[in-house]
Unconditional design. Structure first.
Length: 201
């Protein structure tokens, strides 16, 4: 580890409360080596230069309150390394949180792309769509605003799949009437299904 530089009280006073002082360059070249060596020895997983920059930003803010009294507060390099240690641990915590979030998102993505999960989701969606269709059809066939004869024509031709010509003969109407009833009620059925699925989306 580089030798610990001798603390210059004058340098600290010049830097205190002056974030734009040109002497910060002198400070950096004096202490960057020991800070980097400390980080490489204690926190090899962090990016040393990034932590050093964060430590310097913190130092700018707290240096005006710092008093260099070694016998009472310890040496400045211990104070500085305390800031570096704190910032390194902040970086590690942020990285851990980032990694945890990344892992969670990756697991969620794997879950979404898992063939079994996709098949289960598709089956669930099909079951819901079928239930909506059945409920809509039941509502349509119970709608008193539609004449019973019209509903019966629709039931025979659309649900029982009887030939339109036979349905027309059975109910005494034209083939064209049968086709119109089927088209009109199918459109109404689709509207009911769309309304049901939209209401619960």
């Amino acid at each position: 580890m580089p030798a610990i530089p001798e603390t210059s009280v004058t340098l600290l006073k010049d830097l205190s409360g002056n974030a734009t002082s040109t002497r910060w360059t002198e400070f950096y070249y004096k202490y960057a080596g020991p800070m980097r060596a400390f980080l490489q020895a204690r926190y090899p997983a962090v990016e040393a230069d990034d932590v050093i920059q964060e430590a310097l930003v913190a130092l700018v803010k707290c240096l005006p309150r710092y008093q260099y009294v070694p016998d009472e507060h310890g040496y400045f390099h211990n104070y500085l390394m305390g800031i570096v240690k704190h910032k390194a641990e902040d970086v590690i915590r942020r990285q851990a949180a980032h990694d945890a979030l990344k892992t969670k998102l990756e697991e969620e993505e794997k879950s979404r792309t898992n063939p079994l999960r996709q098949a289960a989701d598709a089956a669930e969606e099909d079951a819901w769509q079928n239930a909506a269709k059945e409920a809509a059809l039941e509502q349509l066939l119970a709608d008193d605003s539609i004449s019973l004869a019209t509903r019966e024509v629709f039931r025979h031709v659309a649900l029982m799949h009887e030939p339109p010509v036979e349905v027309a003969r059975q109910f005494g109407i034209t083939r064209n009437n049968v086709d119109q009833i089927k088209a009109r009620l199918i459109a109404r059925l689709k509207d009911l299904i769309a309304h049901m699925t939209a209401a619960t989306a």
